[in-house]
Design a protein around this ligand. Sequence first.
Ligand code: ARG
Length: 494
Amino acid sequence: MSENHTYQPSANQLAAKEHGWSALFTEPMSDLVKRYTASVFFDQRLWRADIAGSRAHAHMLHTVGILSAEDEAAIQRGLQQISEEIESGVFEWQLDLEDVHLNIEARLTALIGDAGKRLHTGRSRNDQVATDVRLWLRDEIDGIHALLLDVQTALVDVASRNIEVILPGFTHLQVAQPVSFAHHLLAYVEMFKRDAERLQDVRRRTNTLPLGAAALAGTSYPLDRALVAKTLGMVDAHGVPQICQNSLDAVSDRDFAIEFTAAASLVMVHISRLSEELIIWMSQNFGFIRIADRFTTGSSIMPQKKNPDVPELARGKTGRVVGHLMGLITLMKGQPLAYNKDNQEDKEPLFDTVDTLRDTLRIFAEMIGGQVDAQTGQRAGGITVNAAAMEQAALRGYATATDLADYLVKKGLPFRDAHETVAHAVRIAIERGVDLSELELQDLQRFNSAIEADVFEALSLRGSLNARNTLGGTAPAQIRLQIAAHQERLAARA
Ligand code: ARG
């Protein structure tokens, strides 16, 4: 080998370079490895966030004097054009370019030349991807939050029309005490209200800027991270920029994705519980409600069937979302600092969680509350309530037995004795096949002489409901207060 040898790249090295890599590589990737490592076919959905992040980064690079005005202008122009190309579907995504970031950057350089190559100054794909996922998720959280309000609005709306409708409340799925159907629905409003609050909290930590961490250690360029945070709207309620404070943590943290998926799992668990009730309520044995035909399907063999496919699928999809939570949390458990390629696996579970949640909430808002007519503002097509069937069911199963005990306590009996006395009364009623309210006054007086004619008011479903007139109770007076409070909150979209 001659002393004055000028370096000549091998054919393999040229091939590797063509694929976007440095001369360090002596052979190209096999097609299988390319497919195995590429993420472009799923992470391309981050393109808006990727371009927003790049535009903010380029603007900042110019502001701090790293990028000339001409270069910055060319980058902004190029990225704008790429946005339009992607939007209109003419952009060519290339597997060879691995991911959304390299695809967009390569196109930018093809469009504007050297200025495109300057964009990546002071940046790494590690802080870039972390920023993209956070920006994307932040906006998705806003959409999901709005849908959670829609579902609550639908539930409150149905509740407001069913305050006086009584159904049996269950414990152990055994008839326990009568409750208002509105009260039952408002229980789910409380769940979805907490879900919305939880998502707002997740949003706060998601909306924090990793960019500027570079590969892992920060960068030697004098970047203005606060400016980038402000440009991207990564600020708190007072406009203070929210910036990841440790570069190693910034590029490797996926807590926000796990938290989001955990919050999403709880939303789905609530949806799943509601689904289970809808399915029970619309079964022939209950017949409490009907849902519109468009949310059900027929059977290919049994002509009489109308199956509650939508609530059943929602119940099933809950497992899928909880599975994504398990996937993400396991993804992180063995990772040393800082970025590892494992993190590329955060995207598909996260994307699928968002899609599942969004579709489910949209369907539920409509399935429960129907659609609002743009002209009249009236809702139509939500669940249909069979008040008579609910009330009939509440009259079976001695739902007012506790009320008889409470009645005796008010007459001076210790509660435990009253409880025992009523158990005897229920036994006799069962033997005769009648409700407690159908026993004769003389029969009831045989259990306790303090019982008078006013007992029948206590034994009635309505009397039982009205008696529970304490905060959080099922008395219609309480429910009206709750509905008014929810309506006021939801009108403010909070
Ligand atoms: N596609 C990668 C991901 O989703 C981008 C970051 C790649 N960084 C790297 N050093 N290979 O995580």
